[in-house]
Ligand binder design. Structure first.
Ligand code: CO8
Length: 259
């Protein structure tokens, strides 16, 4: 039986997905991306899951798209097959639960782009990020020139994309690409704890908050503020808002029931 390309584990309300091609540093093939899409959608539809963590292994989150699979493709091969990137914006938009990228080791090319598709990135202190496609005679094709620029600004994104250099975890944190850096020791456990904290909150409200932050990337400030206000109003139609505020007043732990 062939090995599973993406492993799923459910741990205290958190779906943990691990890319599983360690021999090639989790290089992303069509098959990996298809398996990942299916696994993500399964967690999205699982009521026992309130948050998702996507990870690799200590050496690599993912060292990019699979170069050996790509090297001989023609323009028409890439265009017609929608090679790895095609359905991804759709899948990303279908996942309304929060997805945290837990990056240890290399997150390069498509690996860095996949991490940036997640809602936020927590890095281990050995993480290395980069868009080295320029060194292969191509450019990022899964959002690297767009999401990296929005995350770290034009000057630094140009530096990364035009030189193909890597950025360590510390630089990635100070540039705003990652939200925090944790020691490699017990790294995944610590990220899962962060996700479990989110999973204990009201999942519908968490999804609304995620949607609002994402709207900030797509709209003008005025439209984004309007959108946020409407969604804020909508939280008052949710029982979990009553529970959260009553629990505060009664000095007890809130028991959110996702309704
Ligand atoms: N694809 C295929 N195989 C890979 C990849 C990759 N991206 N990265 C590593 N491997 C393989 C190596 O070939 C090697 O295999 P083998 O043992 O059979 O020789 C194995 O993984 C281990 O790698 P190394 O021996 O090279 O390990 P090192 O520790 O010496 O180096 C590095 C680690 C620095 C990460 C190095 O492997 C490297 O530079 N890898 C390539 C990184 C890269 O260029 N990534 C970008 C790829 S292009 C891309 O991602 C474009 C995405 C856009 C998609 C858009 C679609 C529409």
């Amino acid at each position: 039986m062939s090995e599973q390309l993406v492993l799923t584990k459910i741990d205290g309300g958190v779906g943990v997905l691990s890319l599983n091609r360690p021999k090639v540093l989790n290089a992303l093939s069509n098959e990996v991306m298809e398996a990942l899409g299916e696994a993500l959608l399964a967690l999205e539809n699982n009521d026992d899951v309130g948050a998702i963590v996507l990870t690799g292994n200590d050496k690599a989150f993912a060292a990019g798209a699979d170069i050996s699979a790509m090297k001989d493709w023609s323009y028409m091969d890439v265009y017609k097959s929608n090679y790895i990137g095609g359905p991804w914006e759709t899948i990303k938009n279908a996942i309304r639960k929060p997805v945290i990228a837990a990056v240890s080791g290399y997150a390069l090319g498509g690996g860095c782009e996949l991490a940036m598709m997640c809602d936020f990135i927590i890095a281990a202190d050995n993480a290395k990020f980069g868009q080295p496609e320029i060194k292969l005679g191509t450019i990022p094709g899964l959002g690297g020139t767009q999401r990296l620029t929005r995350a770290i600004g034009k000057s630094k994104a140009m530096d990364m994309v035009l030189t193909g250099r890597m950025m360590d975890a510390k630089e990635a944190e100070s540039a705003g690409l990652v939200s925090r850096v944790l020691p490699l020791e017990n790294f995944l456990e610590e990220v899962v704890k962060v996700a479990q904290g989110i999973a204990t909150l009201s999942t519908p409200v968490v999804m609304m908050a995620k949607q609002c932050v994402n709207a900030a990337q797509e709209t003008t400030l005025e439209q984004g503020l309007q959108y946020e206000r409407r969604v804020f109003h909508a939280t008052f139609a949710i029982q979990d808002q009553k529970e959260g505020m009553n629990a505060f007043i009664e000095k007890r732990q809130a028991n959110f029931r996702n309704m």
